[in-house]
Design a protein around this ligand. Structure first.
Ligand SMILES: [Mn+2]
Length: 339
């Protein structure tokens, strides 16, 4: 039976209930249930499955693409072994975070430094597996949207994309700069992800939008590192209050991007009313439609969104956070298909 986008979706394990196979699809969704280093509130490891669940309820019209439901998107089967490894490592990491909150030093020889080594080792191995999964998809000519998980999961996909594109720009939407060095001792911390990927020589620019909770060290790094361009939330709001349109602001943001754009979307870049249960919600932030407009302008400018991730979506007691996440995932797929 042909796929009818107006009918009730089948809960078939594929995002949006789409009937397309991996072989016939151009766009693949990869679920990465990982929140080992979350420092405040956990639950983002449940994000992928919650977003998948919410995605069945979506209506398929998109203002950004004609016949959007014909964009062939398939879902790579869920890895429950990743979720199990996450639970084990999360317990150890939690112990280490609590130890440090009591004033302990994880680098001093002892049980904790051994534990830290173990978590860092397992995390590095894990991120390599994610990288290999994305590399395999890219090798087959696919485009990948990775769904986290905490922000540390962007490492594997961005590494894979940097191997494919020698001039990769990262469009990073977030309340946080994520430029800390090995936060809380974790090499692959969610708070360090952009510090790690900015060091890849293939990443030619890192363009951050919506930042509003940043450390003085991060501000200093942003000021000195030439390839990092940060558009702080307060600046965006001040500019708009002074009559500078969002369209003009988008042009200034896009000007810093090269031809090949990878979107790393931390849901907390949005106003927290769109993500009340995310790990580290911060007041202020981007509007849902303004953000989609920014993506649309990226495409309009002739640039390509070659890949993306969506991270830090944590389901609450209701479906709201996952609901927003599913809609962002859907529109990102449409923008990625406009290559
Ligand atoms: Mn964040």
């Amino acid at each position: 039976m042909p796929f009818d986008p107006s009918e009730v979706a089948v809960k078939n394990g594929n995002f949006f209930g789409f009937p397309y196979s991996i072989q016939e699809s151009n766009i693949l969704l990869l679920m990465v249930p990982w929140d080992v280093t979350t420092s405040y509130r956990d639950g983002t490891s449940n994000g992928p499955q919650a977003i998948l669940g919410a995605s069945y309820q979506l209506d398929f019209f998109s203002p950004y693409k004609e016949n959007a439901w014909e964009t062939k998107v398939a879902t790579i089967p869920f890895r429950s072994d990743w979720l199990a490894l996450n639970s084990t490592m999360r317990m150890l990491a939690k112990e280490l975070i609590e130890f440090q909150e009591r004033g302990g030093d994880v680098h001093a020889p002892g049980r904790e430094s051994d534990l830290l080594r173990k978590v860092n080792h397992a995390s590095a191995e894990f991120h390599l597996q994610v990288q290999e999964e994305v590399e395999a998809a890219l090798h087959h000519g696919k485009v990948v949207l990775t769904i986290g998980g905490d922000h540390s999961i962007s490492y594997g996909p961005i590494r894979a994309y940097a191997k494919k594109y020698a001039d990769l720009s990262i469009l990073h939407l977030d309340a946080h700069a994520d430029l800390r060095v090995a936060y809380e001792g974790f090499h692959h911390s969610h708070a360090s992800i952009m510090h790690l990927v900015a060091q890849f020589p293939e990443v030619t620019s890192l363009v951050q939008v919506g930042l509003r909770d940043v450390s003085p060290q991060e501000i200093a790094l942003i000021a000195t590192e030439e390839k990092i361009h940060s558009f702080f939330d307060w600046q965006l709001h001040q500019a708009r209050s002074s009559g500078i349109s969002w369209k003009e602001q988008c042009a200034a943001i896009i000007e810093k991007l090269g031809k090949h754009v990878y979107v790393s979307f931390d849901i907390d870049g949005l106003d927290p009313r769109f993500c009340p249960n995310t790990g580290t919600p911060v007041p202020g932030g981007l509007d849902f439609n303004d953000t989609l407009y920014l993506f649309q302008q990226v495409i309009e400018s002739g640039r390509k969104i070659v890949g993306a991730d969506l991270v830090e979506v944590a389901p609450g007691k209701d479906e709201w956070d996952a609901n927003v996440g599913a809609r962002i995932a859907y529109q990102l797929c449409q923008f990625m298909s406009l290559n």
